[in-house]
Design a protein around this ligand. Structure first.
Ligand code: GUN
Length: 301
């Protein structure tokens, strides 16, 4: 069994980006700039946003954090988005999700200029991705594709099961993996992955176990600890765990620990490749957000 070390691969991507930023600066060009909008004090969101800020600083991007209290109105948030859309010094920005209930997430995402939508969540980017046209790809699927590519795990002709139908992971992941590679959005040969036979499963899927047992690659993005168990995987499968769940643990320093959606202890005994949690998909998502920001920056040159 090989651990797919997202932490290490993400660090390598950050090093590559850092070199690119140094080259840009040596040509007298400005740094790429990412802004992150966060509303309220969701602890997990605050951690993710701080990690995004740190990653930007490490590679030499300008990073702007714009934090609002929960009491912000939808209209005030939309006004802030309009300002970010117009700001020529900002290449891309994201609005960290989830948003408070009184704010319509879909309306907020649609207010983002799709050219600056480095989360790849705007319907226009989602549509371009679905058609296999150049777009900004949602960060988590882009990170997973990159991880598979760098470990040289082929997808051509493989049976891939995606569990979870979210707009942010499940749906775009399925679309990317089923594509003809020549239509792939990425410019680098290393990420020409596609041509898979994809099955997308969700909470109403029947016989999930039997479907998973046929899969060469399983991508789980549900948010449910131990959803994927050892009896659901075939030997030599590749397992990508997108879940980040906090479970209480009185022995852990913070009183909780992070686990994915996969019963790692038992599944890892059987399969060929598996991502850990933490240290798998999470760091790759942030690295891909930086790659998306660099992509937008270069398209503006
Ligand atoms: N919340 C959890 N993951 C993400 C992400 O990748 N982007 C945004 N905007 N919100 C999130």
């Amino acid at each position: 069994m090989t651990i797919l070390d997202g932490k290490r691969v993400a660090a390598a991507i950050r090093t590559e980006l850092k070199q690119q930023v140094a080259e840009l600066q040596s040509q007298g060009l400005r740094q790429p700039c990412l802004a992150v909008v966060i509303v309220g004090h969701n602890t997990a969101s605050e951690t993710y946003v701080n990690n995004k800020m740190k990653a930007c600083e490490e590679v030499g991007f300008r990073a702007i954090k714009i934090a609002f209290e929960n009491s912000i109105t939808e209209q005030q948030l939309l006004t802030q988005i309009a300002l970010l859309n117009q700001d020529k010094d900002i290449d891309g920005f994201i609005v960290q999700l989830p948003l408070p209930e009184h704010i319509n997430e879909s309306k907020v995402i649609q207010a983002i200029d799709y050219h600056k939508d480095v989360d790849g969540l705007h319907p226009y980017n989602v549509g371009l991705t679905a058609l296999g046209l150049p777009s900004i790809v949602s960060a988590t699927p882009r990170g997973i594709r990159e991880l598979l590519a760098r470990y040289q795990i082929p997808t051509e002709g493989k049976r891939v099961v995606v569990i979870g139908r979210s707009n942010i992971v499940g749906k775009p992941m399925a679309m990317l993996l089923m594509q003809k590679p020549y239509l792939s959005l990425s410019q680098t040969a290393s990420t020409q992955l596609g041509d898979a036979t994809v099955t997308l499963c969700h909470s109403k899927t029947q016989n999930l176990r039997d479907i998973c047992r046929e899969a060469d690659i399983i991508i789980v993005a549900v948010g449910q600890p131990c959803l994927l168990t050892a009896d659901m995987v075939k030997p030599d499968a590749t397992i990508i765990d997108v879940g980040i769940n906090r479970i209480e643990d009185p022995h852990a320093p913070k009183g909780y620990r992070l686990v994915g959606d996969v019963d790692f202890q038992n599944v890892s005994q059987i399969v060929k490749y598996i991502t850990p949690v933490p240290g798998g998909v999470g760091p790759m998502t942030i690295a891909s957000l930086l790659q998306n920001t660099m992509q937008v920056y270069k398209s503006n040159l």
